[in-house]
Design a protein. Structure first.
Length: 69
């Protein structure tokens, strides 16, 4: 796979990650508003945020490589 393809894929992962995180925040707000437990949803959100950090770091490495750095 070419570097440009890797960058596009990593960018897509970052975009999708943002959508998943936003949705999880919304689900948590709904649970809390309904007075339901949200601990599991919050733990899952933490995993999503950790994964997003990895996606962003991967994208940064690819972009540095593409710029010759």
């Amino acid at each position: 796979m070419a570097l440009a393809d890797d960058i596009r894929m990593a960018e897509r992962h970052v975009r999708h990650g943002e959508l998943h995180i936003a949705r999880q925040h919304s689900l948590i707000a709904g649970l809390e508003a309904a007075g339901k437990p949200a601990d599991g949803a919050k733990a899952f959100l933490a995993l999503l945020e950790d994964l997003q950090m990895l996606h962003r770091a991967h994208l940064s490495r690819l972009l540095r490589r593409a710029s010759g750095g």
